[in-house]
Design a protein. Sequence first.
Length: 319
Amino acid sequence: EQEKSDYKARIKALLQQHNAVLVAHYYTDPIIQELAEETGGCVADSLEMARFGKEHPADTLIVAGVKFMGETAKILTPHKRVLMPTLEATCSLDIGCPADEFSEFCDQHPDRTVVVYANTSAAVKARADWVVTSSIALDVVEHLDKCGEKILWAPDKHLGAYVQKQTGADVLLWDGACIVHEEFKARGIEDLKALYPGAAVLVHPESPQAVVELADVVGSTSQLIQAAETLPNREFIVATDQGIFFKMQQRCPDKVFHVAPTAGSGASCRSCANCPWMAMNALDNLADVFERTDNEIFVDEALAEQAMRPLRRMLEFKK
Ligand code: 13P
Ligand code: SF4
């Protein structure tokens, strides 16, 4: 505990000294989320992280999350220094969508509007017409469908299928998945619902279709937190990374949250639903974030310029 508070004090002083702000995702360790809040930074979903980093006056952004979040921040604010606790924090969706293969896929379907999820590299974004996060994917695709456009969607097939089903749009899917959400099991959730019949089921749309079908609310991390606050239920079964429980419990101290099972049985296991890359953000690598030289985000200028367009379109679509 003493060590933790020493780290926290040191990080707070460094942030001030360097005119830097900490932008953290809801999946990071609670102690990182706490630090972001205590230092005037933000804890948010990926869309709000992008917006916050762009609008905040600090010279340096410290992005605690995964690499695509740091890259997005750098593309949107090329004049700012963007540092991350580790650049090794990637995402299975990003890994599963290499830019050269993706570009070929786009070339094969020139009649389709390319919509990519934010969980992708700068090079993949540069090839896109639109970037979306889970909180606005439905709205953007609905809009494009109304304009009569056919969609090429990458990389998350589950989110893509959900969007397709909800909007009725013509969507061609890339075959990618999130290793965390893909593990949630419908059978396990049904068993848990039998145990807690009053519980509402909250599901992130990166989960498989059978899990999404059991949901009372489907949404991005911030939308799920909001649902926990506003629904009258006292208990919840939550299918997303366990990092989110910190904020849910903070906002709703009297409610009870169960992590959705990742096994066929109803056993709930908090340590299971935990993104290994988000977990790489820790107090020690945050404390030496200004000293190292291997953790700054750089994005090729030409790529960044191309990737900025679909990203801006996303931010301007819903202010
Ligand atoms: P959100 O945009 O909902 O925060 O999701 C980001 C993410 O990586 C989900 O796994
Ligand atoms: Fe990527 Fe899944 Fe981790 Fe989110 S939880 S960063 S989608 S691997």
